[in-house]
Ligand binder design. Structure first.
Ligand code: HEM
Length: 165
């Protein structure tokens, strides 16, 4: 769907779309499709691992020790985010004028920033080496897990909705 370029960051979007990098992405046969495929793969890695971990931190599957589970799932989630940001930036750059004027794209970027800030707070509450996950879980970890459980799927819904609205 063609997006109206009429929002807050549209001037920045127009400038970005005028850059050589943006033109190169639009000219390339594979840059955007590759970024799009990797963005979907990153989505699977991120949501698959983060939702399992958040549910455990919220008290589900108590038979599974939280700390060893986190030591498996946190690197997977981090790899997912590390994939999402550069691939998202490539797709954004290709259509920057319209996307930075699109309220859902701005809402998505704001929610990604909030979700990443929440990751920092949860890791701070979990302590070095996630040691605090061995005992009764600190309330800050549980609150963060709840916010994470709401925020990351919402980012995905916004990401998909951009193409339709
Ligand atoms: C970090 C978590 C992120 C998640 C979970 C996520 C999720 C998604 C999803 C589910 C889609 C639809 C993909 C499809 O069906 O083809 C999408 C599209 C997109 N995402 Fe992300 N994304 C994330 C981060 C980002 C970031 C950081 C950016 C920009 C810097 C970005 C830019 C885009 C763009 C431009 C599209 C295509 C929108 C369109 O024109 O339809 N994403 N994202």
């Amino acid at each position: 769907m063609e997006h109206e370029a009429a929002g807050l960051l549209s001037p920045l979007g127009v400038w970005l779309e005028g850059t050589a990098a943006s033109a190169a992405i639009r000219r390339s046969l594979w840059a955007y499709p590759l970024a799009s495929v990797l963005h979907v793969l990153g989505l699977g890695l991120l949501l698959g691992s983060i939702l399992a971990l958040d549910l455990r931190l919220l008290g589900f599957a108590r038979a599974l020790p939280a700390r060893p589970l986190a030591r498996l799932l946190v690197p997977m989630a981090a790899t997912g985010v590390a994939l999402q940001i550069p691939t998202g930036a490539v797709m954004l750059l290709a259509d920057a004028a319209a996307l930075l004027g699109h309220p859902l794209m701005l809402a998505k970027l704001a929610l990604v920033a909030l979700a990443l800030a929440n990751v920092v707070l949860v890791h701070r509450a979990a302590g070095p080496g996630l040691a605090a996950l061995d005992g009764p879980l600190p309330p800050a970890v549980r609150r963060g897990a709840l916010l994470s459980l709401l925020a990351w799927p919402s980012v995905a819904v916004l990401g998909r909705a951009i193409a339709y609205l």
